[in-house]
Design a protein around this ligand. Structure first.
Ligand code: PAF
Length: 293
C-alpha cells in the first residue's frame, strides 16, 4: 500500500470511478502520460493540461513494451514519492499508477504497428519502440478517456506518431504539444540526463548549440545538405556517436528537397555519450529569400 500526498489509483476500476464522478459534475479531463522520474519538463505538460481542462490525470508507468532486450528498462530511474510531490505542486488531480499486470495481463496478445511518421529516425535504432508506445498509449487512452492529452515536443517523432494514432483509430482526444523544457545551458530536460557523468553532462550542452547553429544556417538560406554536413561533422567531433542528425518536413517528417529549406522543417538528432543516448529536436524556419536564378 503506497501513501502518497495526492489522490491516486492503481486499478482501471478505481481510475474510472474517480473520472466518472468528475464527468457527473460536468468536468473535462486532461491527461499526461509519463514513465515517471519527473522533471520540470513533465510538470510544464501537467500545467498545460490543467490550463486546458478542469481535472488532470498523470500516469506513471515504465512501459516494458517500448524497451528492447539490453535497453535500460531495469535501470530506468524510478522515484514514486518524489514524483507524487512534484505532481501535487503542479496541481495534478490524480496519479494513475497501473501495475504491469493491469496493462499486460497474462495472455495479452495485441500490438499496434505504426508506419508513416514512425518510420526511420528512432525506429532505426529502436525498431520495437513506436509499437510499444502506440500500444500502451492506446490502452491508457481507453482507460482514462480524456478530452485532451499533452505530449512533449522533446519526443517530436513520438508526438507525430500519437497524432497519427488518434487520427487513424478515431480517439476523440485533442493532442496538445508542450514545448521542450531546457536546462540553463540549453540541454533538453530528460530523465536519461541522470545517467550522464559530470564530464559527459558538460559535453551534452553542445547538442542544442549544434541544432541552433543548423537552424540559423537554414533560415539564412543555407543549402540543406551542406548545412547538415557541417552539423554532422561538429556532432561527430563532440560526441561518442551520432545515430542521426537530419532536417525533415515538420508536418510529417518527410525528406526535405535539396537546396534552401522552403517549408517549416524540424531538425532531429540522436547522439551517444558513453552508454547514454540523447535525443533532441528544434524547429527550422524556412528561407524567405528569392529563388536562385
Ligand atoms: O514519452 C514517454 O514518457 C512515453 O513514451 C509514454 C508516452 C509515457 C508511453 O509510455
Amino acid at each position: 500500500m503506497i501513501n502518497l500526498q495526492i489522490p491516486h489509483a492503481t486499478t482501471v476500476s478505481a481510475l474510472r470511478a474517480r473520472i466518472k464522478s468528475w464527468r457527473e459534475d460536468g468536468l473535462t479531463v486532461g491527461f499526461v502520460p509519463t514513465m515517471g522520474s519527473l522533471h520540470d519538463g513533465h510538470l510544464s505538460l501537467v500545467r498545460l493540461a490543467k490550463a486546458q481542462s478542469d481535472r488532470v490525470v498523470a500516469s506513471i508507468f515504465v512501459n516494458p513494451a517500448q524497451f528492447a532486450e539490453g535497453e535500460d528498462f531495469d535501470t530506468y530511474p524510478r522515484d514514486m514519492l518524489s514524483d507524487a510531490e512534484k505532481l501535487a505542486t503542479a496541481q495534478c488531480d490524480l496519479i494513475y499508477l497501473p501495475e504491469r499486470e493491469a496493462m499486460y495481463p497474462g495472455g495479452f496478445a495485441s500490438k499496434i504497428e505504426m508506419t508513416g511518421p514512425a518510420l526511420g529516425l528512432e525506429s532505426e535504432s529502436r525498431p520495437h519502440f513506436f509499437s510499444g508506445v502506440a500500444t500502451v498509449v492506446a490502452k491508457l487512452f481507453n482507460q482514462v478517456r480524456p478530452d485532451v492529452a499533452v505530449f512533449g515536443e522533446k519526443d517530436y517523432q513520438q508526438l507525430l506518431v500519437i497524432r497519427q494514432l488518434v487520427r487513424d483509430l478515431d480517439f476523440p482526444i485533442d493532442i496538445i504539444a508542450g514545448e521542450t523544457g531546457r536546462d540553463r545551458d540549453g540541454l533538453a530536460l530528460s530523465s536519461r540526463n541522470a545517467y550522464l557523468s559530470e564530464a559527459d553532462r558538460k559535453r551534452a550542452a553542445a547538442l542544442p548549440k549544434i541544432l541552433k547553429a543548423l537552424a540559423d544556417a537554414l533560415s539564412a538560406g543555407g543549402d540543406v545538405q551542406t548545412a547538415l554536413a557541417t552539423a554532422r561533422d561538429t556532432a561527430e567531433a563532440a560526441f561518442d556517436g551520432v545515430d542521426y542528425i537530419t532536417v525533415r518536413k515538420a508536418a510529417d517528417l518527410a525528406e526535405t528537397e535539396p537546396g534552401p529549406l522552403r517549408e517549416t522543417g524540424r531538425i532531429l538528432a540522436a547522439i551517444r555519450l558513453g552508454d547514454t543516448r540523447l535525443i533532441d529536436n528544434l524547429a527550422a524556419l524556412p528561407f524567405k529569400g528569392p529563388n536562385p536564378g
